[in-house]
Design a protein around this ligand. Structure first.
Ligand code: IPE
Ligand code: IPE
Ligand code: MG
Length: 255
């Protein structure tokens, strides 16, 4: 039985989020420039997007560039932006063929004008698709997102008479860039780093975390299947006891 066949199709994570890390080290290990790693990382993106679409995953969020990544050497930032624009231009057709809808989250005002335009076009061209939702986190950081959410709520209190006592989790959720998406159920980070690096801090509250040593340019569908199988072995308790969860599962199965 292949890894793919072992996956329980009834218990797929509805939303997978990935911190695509390790491009630079992958390249250095081969005696190459960091940009060579980013270039090869694109092949992994293609492969994983295809893998998620084939499985019928609803949402895939890819952390492609963080707010903090702007502080990298200028030549790497420029190279990454060019790679991004070039990739989007080339991939839009494939996205459409596979019914994939592109979304972006992050501070688009930081992006160079040509990149913003290219993204805007790709968003429009895939807007009617109804299959996998592919969410690119670009110039994104969770603290940036939360700061904006707090400012937006404070503005509503000040200008629109919003009563602070009526603020709920939904009020916050609605102000996040991800308001249209369910929270990720599985978060994968490649390359052996065990941290979140300012990614979806609020949304990952109950995500299952999966870390692998595999560098992003080497990450392929088989690695994704391993992560999903690992996810399916876990008991998700959401604060309850294991016995409660088992009883609930038995009730659901009896229906
Ligand atoms: C991830 O790979 C891609 C981006 C952050 C843009 P890195 O570039 O962080 O690679 P390492 O972590 O230095 O190996
Ligand atoms: C996180 O990776 C951001 C992306 C993958 C886009 P980094 O490589 O920037 O994170 P740190 O600096 O190691 O925490
Ligand atoms: Mg890194």
């Amino acid at each position: 039985m292949s890894l793919k066949e072992k996956i329980n199709k009834d218990r797929l994570p509805s939303h997978i989020a990935i911190i695509m890390d390790g491009n630079g080290r992958w390249a250095k290990e081969k005696g190459q420039d960091r940009l060579y790693g980013h270039f090869h990382g694109v092949e992994s993106v293609r492969n994983i997007v295809e893998g998620c679409a084939e499985l019928g995953i609803g949402y895939l969020t890819l952390y492609a560039f963080s707010t903090e990544n702007w502080d990298r050497p200028e030549y790497e930032v420029t190279g990454l932006m060019e790679l991004l624009v070039d990739t989007i231009r080339k991939e839009v057709e494939t996205l459409n063929r596979n019914n994939i809808k592109l979304h972006v989250i992050g501070d688009m005002s930081m992006l160079p004008e040509y990149a913003r335009q290219e993204l805007q076009e790709a968003l429009q061209m895939t807007a009617a698709n109804t299959g996998l939702n592919l969410i690119m986190a670009l110039s994104y950081s969770s603290r940036w997102e939360l700061l904006n959410a707090v400012k937006a709520i404070a503005t509503e209190v000040k200008n629109n008479g919003l009563d602070p006592d009526t603020i709920t989790h939904d009020t916050i959720q609605n102000k996040l860039c991800t308001s249209a998406f369910p929270d990720p159920e599985l978060m994968i980070r490649t390359s052996g780093e065990y941290r979140i690096s300012n990614f979806l801090l609020y949304q990952l509250a109950y995500a299952e975390l999966y870390f692998t040593q595999v560098r992003w340019p080497d990450f392929r569908k088989e690695n994704l299947y391993e992560a999903i199988l690992d996810f399916q072995q876990r008991e998700r308790r959401f604060g309850k006891t294991g016995d409660q969860v088992k009883a609930e599962t038995a009730d659901t199965n009896a229906l």
